[in-house]
Design a protein around this ligand. Structure first.
Ligand code: GLC
Length: 459
């Protein structure tokens, strides 16, 4: 079963490679035989991540190196969008190759000025740094990251993320739609996905730049921020039944250093579904946290990455995976894995999404199931000692994805329906399956991404 699924995925991945002036530089987002929706002929930075890890595991690093160099060159230099200047170092959400009448090729990057919602991606610069780390780790080619333009880019990214703002807490404040969920979904503020990527990016940048160099002050600031962020996420974002009990009995309006409910979370904001849904042994990191605001929704990518990057303590890792096991039909169901649980409905949907018809309840970003989430699910399950869950998820994906033409997402409470407006031939659905197989069956690439506690050496 898995052989034919893999063969089909590999064929799709091969066809998706995008060339620029004769060199492979990335992969398009979808190759839908019925013609993918506009934009999907571009190479998205985040979509390329599982493909890049597959190429590295396969001993084909050139495309990853070319991609890293290309995106580096495309990053902003005093770029203005609608008259407003973006700071240096912002990386595009996607790019494509334009060919003029004379056959000359040119790259065109999208920093959000063409994307729906017109939001600049924040995750691109983080994934780029993480891929650079993966590339260096896989190839031993440390020289690439030491090149002046690479060091300069890393410095720009750090400056951008560490610069002074009005913030009191250590999280990174971002707008709605700036990460995998790239439309309005009420994820503005301090979404978990960005916080954990920020955390891992700080570690990767330190690994890449740490040896020598003039950026000691900047790296010291990065280290300090990372330490505070770690504690903050582990404590304030964490939710299990014990903590839910505490929050339910929180005092509010607390002042001064003795305050427990620092962010003034009101117990009445606990949604009614949570009490019966949260199992005794399970826990997770909440989706967002700010003043007077705790978003209790479960966001898969952020939670899985806390395990992958080792931000979750061993106990928290076990609890997140126990939650998956106990609430399998909600969080995985008929297709790994649900992007967010539960969906927002009714008035909440109207207010949070702005009545977005693509994000109706239990579809797309609003509770749809996304095959690309297979790879972080498999990796998290393996690193957390729940390989049974990894196999289970992998088998479900193998059974359906090739037969159904590699859809982008699925609809419904358990994800049985192919997404109403989903592309087929979605490349990161295919590359996630290959990558999951490489992790599970080959044990390769388990250490490509940075980890708080390095993995024990293989026996
Ligand atoms: C959708 C997804 C986004 C992805 C893009 C290309 O907009 O929300 O995360 O990068 O499609 O596949």
């Amino acid at each position: 079963m898995s052989e034919s699924a893999l063969e089909s995925a590999r064929e799709l991945l091969r066809q998706s490679v995008m060339h620029y002036r004769g060199r492979p530089v990335g992969t398009v987002a979808a190759l839908d035989p019925r013609m993918a929706a506009a934009h999907y002929e571009e190479c998205f930075i985040r979509d390329f991540v599982p493909a890049a890890l597959v190429f590295l595991n396969d001993g084909e690093p050139d495309i990853v190196r070319n991609f890293l160099t290309t995106v580096l060159e495309l990053r902003t230099h005093a770029r203005t969008v609608a008259g407003h200047e973006l700071p240096s170092g912002v990386m595009p959400a996607s790019f494509k190759v334009l060919v003029d009448e004379k056959g000359h090729e040119k790259l065109q990057a999208d920093f959000g000025e063409r994307a729906i919602g017109r939001v600049a991606p924040v995750d691109s610069m983080m994934w780029w740094t993480l891929l650079l780390r993966a590339y260096v780790h896989a190839t031993g080619d440390a020289e690439l990251a030491q090149r002046p333009e690479f060091r300069r880019t890393l410095t720009e990214i750090l400056h951008l993320c560490l610069r002074d703002t009005f913030e009191v807490m250590p999280g990174l404040l971002v707008p709605d739609g700036c990460c995998m969920i790239d439309r309005r979904m009420g994820v503005y503020g301090h979404p978990l996905e960005i916080q954990i990527l920020f955390f891992a990016m700080l570690q990767a940048a330190d690994e890449l730049m740490g040896a020598g160099g003039e950026e000691t002050t900047l790296l010291a600031a990065a280290g300090t921020r990372r330490n505070i962020l770690r504690t903050y996420l582990r404590f304030f974002f964490w939710l299990d039944f014990r903590r839910l009990n505490d929050i339910n009995r929180y005092h509010t309006e607390e002042l001064g250093p003795e305050a427990v409910n620092l962010l003034n979370i009101h117990p009445d904001s606990i949604p009614p579904w949570l009490e019966s849904w949260l199992p005794d042994g399970g826990g997770y990191f909440v989706g967002n946290l700010g003043s007077g605001r705790m978003d209790f929704r479960f966001f898969a990518l952020g939670n899985l990455l806390t395990v992958v990057f080792g931000l979750a303590t061993p106990e928290q890792t076990a609890s997140v995976l126990a939650l998956y096991a106990e609430r399998w039909s909600d969080l995985v169901g008929a297709m790994p894995a649900k992007i967010v649980y539960p969906a927002v409905e009714g008035e909440e949907w109207r207010v949070l999404t702005g009545c977005d018809p693509k994000n109706v309840p239990w579809s797309y970003h609003n509770g749809g199931n996304w095959p690309t989430l297979l790879w972080p699910l498999v990796l998290a399950a393996m690193l957390g000692g729940r390989e049974d869950l990894a196999h289970h998820a992998f088998d479900i994906a193998c059974r359906r994805l090739p037969a159904e033409g590699w859809p982008e997402y699925y609809d419904g409470r358990t994800g049985r329906l192919i997404g109403r407006r989903a592309n087929t031939g979605q490349i990161w659905s295919a590359s996630a399956l290959i990558l999951a197989w490489q992790f599970l069956e080959r044990r390769s690439g388990l250490d490509l991404l940075p980890r708080e506690e390095p993995l024990p050496a293989a026996e």
